[in-house]
Ligand binder design. Sequence first.
Ligand code: RIB
Length: 335
Amino acid sequence: MAVSVRDVAAIAGVSVGTVSNVLNRPDKVAAGTVERVQAAIEELGFVRNDAARQLRAGRSRSIGLVVLDAGNPFFSDVARGAEVRAEEDRLSVLLGNSDEDASREDGYLDLFREQRVNGVLITPASDDAAKLRRLQDSGTPVVLVDHEIPGSGFSSVSVDDVEGGYLAAKHLLEVGRRRLVFVGGPATIAQVAHRLTGARRAVAEVADAALEVVEMPALTVLHGRDAGEDLVRRSAADRPDAIFAANDLLAVGVLQALTMFSDVRVPSDIALIGYDDIDFAAATVVPLSSIRQPAQLIGHTAVDLLLRSIDDPDGDYERNVRFRPELVVRASTVG
Ligand code: RIB
């Protein structure tokens, strides 16, 4: 089997990115490291993959990133992490916002193909792998971000949202709540569906617990506020004692409705938890408990995975990276 960049990196005791820098921009690397890498190249008889370099050579100095909602700080943090890794290879990140709309998504995929980007990172609005396969077959590598399409063959970087949903609901149950409401978004968004699946599993473990689902048209603050206003208009007996919002933007809107338009107290009357742990979560009038996703690490890892798949197509690196969600407890559930 041909000697790969990874083999050189292992012998030299450096990262694949450092070997790539020595090959493409040795001026950016310490002299001692350059010597170690060059010694490893000679020892292994490594021959750089000219096809990969030519592939990159015929490309713009950019990577395309399509997100579901550019207004969601989660995705701006993903983009920030992607930029940090892309800049190591002097690449820029072009951001496209699909707004969860398949036709807008198609428009950006066509644009990035025309722009001959090095590759495309995408949080898809649906599991329609066919159009992504057409893009990849036309020579533009694709990496799924924050979502995995099992069996699609696409590399991905994501978080286990079923585990995340389980953690959120289990926390509400552990603080004594039993009448849970899941405020979610379109079930076509796999991340939302997976969080609900996890929440259902946690609720099923507690005999006297119940979970009601409220599906909103989108995962925004305004839709969260609408959901919250509807819930507080209910009689006290019909109100939940806990709300799990599918993301922090919904949770912020729900919190606004509960605290500004009603006499409901959070958490004593209704506990509230969100998802993502965006920066605002800690800054709300009642700091939000949430399920943390390592957004910047997701973006950074996705670009690294994309560049590895270009530089070392036959490499033996992990192609479906899954991070663990983390429960962050604040005043909106325990107070
Ligand atoms: O866009 C919907 C949600 O999916 C975001 O808030 C983030 O949680 C992503 O995983």
